[in-house]
Design a protein around this ligand. Structure first.
Ligand SMILES: [Mg+2]
Length: 383
């Protein structure tokens, strides 16, 4: 009650948009699905008021949560007929004209990279591992691990994930890579060759598990006690919602809803935002079947890319071509940085059309693996 009376604003990311036309979206909405109005809070229907903008935003979030749920996709499959599936295929292929496959454009990519130094950045979930129902089971295949090890032996390679750095390392198990966890807010990298010019620089010397000296960069370290408190509060508030799963990613907190029944999505969103009203320093973002809470600081995966390039002594070098491969909205920050600086390019992993700042696309993690192998073979053949 007290929270509502204060009514502070919860900071959320702008809602991502799909590149599908509204007609196509209408076709793909299953008819048996409850309407947004009935899903959201069961409140009596009223004319929208200027003060109700947050409710409208919440409905938008619900659209997003429903659209990315596996149940919705299954129901979509049941309801759309072959003609509509062909329509979606057509939409995807039209989209690929703008964002061509990195596999079919491989010669163009290697033409650009010839005689230059490639640097590789990868997201983890949905990029190097498939999206699975239980986030704890997002295991990387041995074949993918071999492919990543292979490219890392030829190019500087880093993984930038929303998960905690330790957890990503446990999944990947390759000590030759650089790791940035918590959306780049927890970076373990090489000793920097020059000073990073950004703000919030909190780089400390440390040692990795093998005793090698490394730099540890944690721009949001002062938020740790608050994040820990919010993790406990969110865990308490969603604990009796079937399928809701919490994940502590050190500098961010994830509330996974991929196993929650769609009729409970409104409840998950409402309870999470109710807790966050007391924490204006934290923001809510939406990933693939996950709500994420993180500090409001001027830091993201794009800044992490810049930081790592600087640390590696590879920033502002004309012969360096960074490639970032990712599937999530948070990866767009990295795509933007590469695009804005005319530095390398992003590759979006997606099987549906999306607005993106990437230049190329790959359909899924299987195609990512294929791309890595091709890149490694090309490098070995060309040297
Ligand atoms: Mg991802």
């Amino acid at each position: 009650m007290e929270l509502k009376s204060r009514n502070p604003r919860v900071i959320v990311d702008p809602l991502p948009t799909l590149a599908l036309s509204s007609t196509v979206m209408a076709y793909t909405t299953p008819k048996s699905f409850p309407s947004m109005g009935s899903l959201y809070l069961n409140s009596p229907k009223k004319k929208p008021l200027p003060g109700k903008i947050e409710e409208v935003r919440a409905a938008g979030w619900l659209d997003l949560m429903l659209a990315s749920s596996p149940t919705c996709k299954r129901q979509n499959k049941d309801f759309i007929n072959d003609v509509q599936e062909d329509d979606l295929d057509l939409q995807y292929h039209n989209w690929m004209v703008k964002y061509p496959s990195a596999l079919t454009s491989f010669e163009a990519i290697t033409g650009l990279a010839k005689g230059k130094r490639l640097v590789l950045f990868f997201d983890y979930d949905g990029t190097l591992s498939p999206i699975v129902d239980n986030p704890e089971n997002a295991i990387m295949s041995d074949e993918m691990r071999d492919a990543v090890r292979y490219v890392a032996s030829l190019f500087p390679t880093a993984i930038i994930s929303g998960r905690s750095r330790d957890k990503v390392f446990d999944f990947v198990k390759l000590s030759e890579l650089y790791y940035a966890g918590s959306h780049g807010m927890d970076i373990m990298g090489p000793i920097r060759k020059s000073e990073f010019s950004g703000q919030h620089v909190k780089c400390i010397r440390s040692t990795d598990s093998k005793g090698k000296e490394v730099n540890l960069f944690q721009p949001a370290s002062e938020f740790l006690p608050m994040i820990s408190e919010v993790f406990n509060k969110l865990g308490e508030t969603v604990k009796n919602i079937d399928g809701a799963k919490m994940e502590d990613n050190k500098f961010c907190v994830s509330v996974h809803y991929r196993n929650v029944a769609p009729h409970d999505y409104a409840e998950v969103h409402q309870r999470v935002t109710a807790v966050l009203r007391n924490y204006p320093c934290l923001r809510l973002t939406h990933g693939r079947k996950v709500l994420e809470v993180r500090p409001v600081i001027d830091w993201n995966k794009g800044k992490a890319v810049e930081f790592l390039l600087e640390s590696l002594g590879l920033s502002e070098k004309e012969d360096v071509v960074p490639i970032y491969v990712g599937d999530d909205k948070t990866d767009e920050d990295a795509f933007k940085v590469l695009k804005a600086n005319n530095l390398g390019f992003g590759i979006l992993v997606s099987s549906v059309p999306k607005d993106t700042d990437a230049f190329y696309s790959l359909r899924d993690s299987i195609q990512v693996m294929e791309f890595l192998k091709k890149l490694a073979f090309w490098k070995e053949e060309s040297t």
